[in-house]
Design a protein around this ligand. Structure first.
Ligand SMILES: [Mg+2]
Length: 311
């Protein structure tokens, strides 16, 4: 089957059920108590649960690299930000990652088609199958969902401290309008799998899965397992057309005069002066950006017929 039409519902077959689980609480959010509530039900599903609330990113990475070696699966109770922060260690270890969405941004959970009900999510941790998802690398840093320049950074300057939800707020026309008023179109050179595109944009985003920013779908058929990245960019048109273009992208993933789309495996983004880049919700990068797909980089626990992963 061509990789771009593989379904999410055919995880690897199973041998041995997972016995020991590392459950990690989001080190940055105030949901440690909520995460600790998950220990008993997971134990009730037959898992020996090692529960750790790391007090920062470094502790999170160190816990995965040490305790993670002694378990069959690693569950993260948190949002996309927690998972993105854990990626360097998860990539090193290659143990199946289970996601228990607790954060405000849960695009990975949507990309994995996780059930909404907590009971079903917990059952998956213990009994779900495993398949590998793509990640991206941006200037050598692993990326879960998306990288963007333009509007996201403008919103960040308006709303200090809300960077984690930047992409999500672009769904709101009022915020989009405020950001649009403050941003000037900038020249961008996009090199996608060897083909160069030059244009003036106010926003450029490269997306790994189907969903990012709390609902924008740059390509409705795109998935987190299709081995390609999706890019969309917005031109500086009158704001009512821009809002319409965003809505069109969100609803149909469609290209319009205002929105430019392409897909590829290796995308380089250059601007005439360095611009801040939003990487998985954090303003931590700068152009030029060298973005590459990392196909099937990480094993994750997903819904499916298979009950175990054999690890
Ligand atoms: Mg993809």
């Amino acid at each position: 089957m061509p990789r771009n039409v593989r379904a999410m519902t055919d995880p690897s077959p199973a041998a041995v059920p997972p016995r020991r689980l590392l459950l990690l609480a989001n080190p940055r959010a105030r949901n440690g108590a909520a995460a600790s509530d998950l220990v008993a039900p997971l134990a009730g599903l037959g898992l020996e649960v090692v529960f750790v609330e790391p007090d920062g990113i470094e502790a999170l990475l160190a816990t995965i690299r040490t305790t993670g070696r002694t378990v069959d699966r690693i569950a993260i109770a948190g949002g996309d930000g927690s998972i993105a922060a854990a990626l360097p260690a998860l990539l090193d270890l290659q143990k199946p990652l289970a996601v228990l969405p607790l954060g405000t941004a849960n695009d990975l959970a949507r990309n994995l088609r996780l059930p909404d009900a907590r009971e079903e999510q917990l059952r998956l941790v213990a009994r779900g199958g495993v398949r590998r998802i793509d990640l991206a690398s941006v200037n050598g840093r692993p990326v879960l969902n998306a990288v963007s320049i333009g509007l996201g950074a403008a919103v960040a300057r308006m709303h200090q401290g809300t960077a984690k939800r930047l992409l999500g707020v672009l769904n709101y026309p009022r915020v989009l309008y405020a950001a649009w008023r403050r941003i000037h179109p900038f020249r961008v050179e996009i090199t996608c799998d060897g083909t160069v595109h030059r244009d003036r944009f106010i926003h450029v985003a490269v997306v790994n899965g189907r969903f990012h920013g709390g609902g924008i779908e740059p390509r409705p058929s795109g998935t987190i397992t299709d081995g390609v990245l999706d890019l969309y960019a917005l031109r500086a048109d009158p704001v009512h057309r821009l809002v319409r273009a965003m809505a069109k992208l969100k609803i149909e993933g469609a290209e319009s005069d205002e929105a430019f789309r392409l897909q590829g495996r290796h995308i380089a983004i250059a601007t005439s002066r360095p611009r801040r880049a939003n990487i998985d919700g954090e303003l931590v990068g700068r152009t030029p950006l060298d973005i590459e797909i990392m196909p099937e980089a990480l094993p994750v626990v997903v819904p499916g017929r298979a009950e175990h992963d054999g690890s």
